[in-house]
Ligand binder design. Structure first.
Ligand SMILES: Cc1ncc(COP(=O)(O)O)c(C=O)c1O
Length: 447
């Protein structure tokens, strides 16, 4: 038995359609068996080269490296898919600090921070971080995700409200949903819409706790809210502001304090939450507060802190040494190099007729739009020698697919040019294939 399938350059039409959203809510009693539907769709994409996810580097996040896809194919290219913005994960002083920490403290923290999982280095890092952010206190979490989830689940109760930017990260969305059903979104970076949301809540409930949640730099759009305006607004309505600084802390701003520093809001935001996994060379997250009481409450009521092991000694040493560098003249130089690469990449992308979202940051999100074009481009990229992350619905809106190029201080100027050239070439190849239209391919039916 044969069937005819519509294909473009061997890629079935079905691989260019649909999204992960289609498989989020699954019906049926067979909890495990119903995963098959997603796998079949994913595997169709995998077999046609349009599934660019779950790749593994062979060498760590170097500026050019080898990656193996999840079918086992090895390719090499310039790497714009790693979030090691100041290239600190391979800095000799960072590596030496991590090795020395293992020698001194062993490999494992072996306990929750609420028990005896912390080491003297955790306590010192919390203090350093609070000083860096001009806050009184900071508390560490095993990852940034755990911090975002944990701060909301830890503080917010079912009768409280969360007013969140519509594009806030999944750790914040999931934490919010776990904490209360009273979650309302405001339009991305729209302070006036946030005001309307707060007004509506206060009309109904004068006494509930309300947390306004946003990010210092949005990770898919590379844009930034008016943090001062949101903080003022939050206080006007008796609410608390929290800002997630995962993508800007350490790598943006003269002194590395990100958009909170750039907007002269250091020490003035109610809660600052972030991740070490972008600039500070290690897994890990934190929440900074002006109150010891809030820190202690989080330690014992935020489940992703209380009931999860503390950061390991090597992670702590990595982050602490990375923070030393971020605060030093070398850090300033690295941020300068990073910004030069960012500005050059954005200019070269535009010079080739492509466009990118937002403002200059380590995230250069190049507009592609249509998912079929994006997937065909992703298919062409490995042979062109560019490693880059495809972002598509539901991570971004439908028809708003993009390639998220993440820039590092360690990229050379040649690598920056190569990224722009190769993305442009891949997109042209993909467009030409789509323009040529579908062929009908005869396929033998299974069974
Ligand atoms: C805005 C934002 N917050 C939090 C996180 C989670 O950080 P981590 O990778 O440390 O879990 C991320 C990571 O993707 C992020 O982009």
């Amino acid at each position: 038995m044969f069937t005819k399938t519509k294909t473009i350059d061997g890629v079935p039409e079905t691989a260019l359609k649909g999204s992960m959203r289609d498989f989020r809510v699954m019906e049926g009693a067979d909890l495990l068996g119903r995963c098959d539907a997603f796998y079949n769709w994913q595997d169709n994409r995998r077999r046609s080269g349009t599934w660019p996810f779950s790749r593994a580097t062979e060498t760590g996040p170097a500026s050019s490296c080898a990656v193996r896809d999840d079918s086992g194919n090895l390719t090499t290219g310039v790497n714009f898919a790693s979030q090691d913005y100041l290239s600190l994960s391979s800095h000799p002083a960072v590596l030496a600090a991590a090795k020395a920490a293992i020698d001194e403290f062993g490999a494992h923290s072996a306990g929750s921070p609420a028990l005896v999982g912390n080491t003297s280095t955790s306590v010192a890092l919390e203090r350093r971080l609070a000083q860096f952010l001009k806050m009184e206190e900071a508390i560490l979490f095993p990852t940034g995700w755990a911090a975002g989830f944990g701060v909301l689940k830890g503080i917010i109760r079912s009768h409280d409200y969360i007013v969140m930017d519509a594009l806030a990260h999944t750790c914040l969305q999931t934490g919010a949903q776990a904490a209360t059903r009273n979650v309302v979104l405001f339009r991305h970076n729209d302070v006036e819409h946030c005001r309307e949301r707060l007004k509506e809540i206060r009309r109904r409930d004068a006494n509930a706790g309300v947390m306004v949640v946003t990010e210092g730099l949005f990770s898919m759009d590379s844009d930034t809210p008016d943090i001062g305006a949101l903080q003022e607004l939050a206080h006007e309505y008796g609410a608390t502001l929290m800002v997630d600084v995962a993508h800007d802390l350490g790598c943006l701003g003269k002194d590395g304090t990100g958009h909170i520093g750039i907007q002269n809001m250091l020490g003035k935001v109610d809660l600052v939450m972030g991740s070490f996994s972008k600039t500070f060379g290690s897994n890990g997250g934190f929440v900074a507060t002006r109150s010891r009481a809030v820190k202690e409450y989080l330690r014992f009521y935020s489940p992703s802190c209380t009931f999860s092991n503390a950061l390991s000694p090597a992670q702590l040493a990595t982050i602490t040494k990375a923070l030393d560098i971020v605060e030093s003249a070398e850090g300033r130089d690295l941020r300068g190099k990073l910004m030069t690469n960012i500005v050059n990449l954005r200019a070269r992308i535009r010079a080739r007729g492509m466009d990118c979202y937002g403002d200059p940051s380590a995230i250069v999100a190049v507009k592609t739009g249509d998912e079929a074009l994006a997937r065909m481009t992703a298919r062409a990229l490995p042979e062109m020698g560019l490693i880059s992350n495809l972002v598509e619905f539901p991570a971004v809106g439908k028809g708003l697919a993009r390639f998220r190029l993440q820039v590092m201080a360690g990229h050379t100027d040649e690598e920056v040019t190569a990224a722009a050239d190769r993305l442009h070439a891949a997109m042209r190849i993909a467009q030409a294939r789509l323009d040529a239209g579908f062929d009908l391919m005869e396929e033998r039916l299974a069974g």
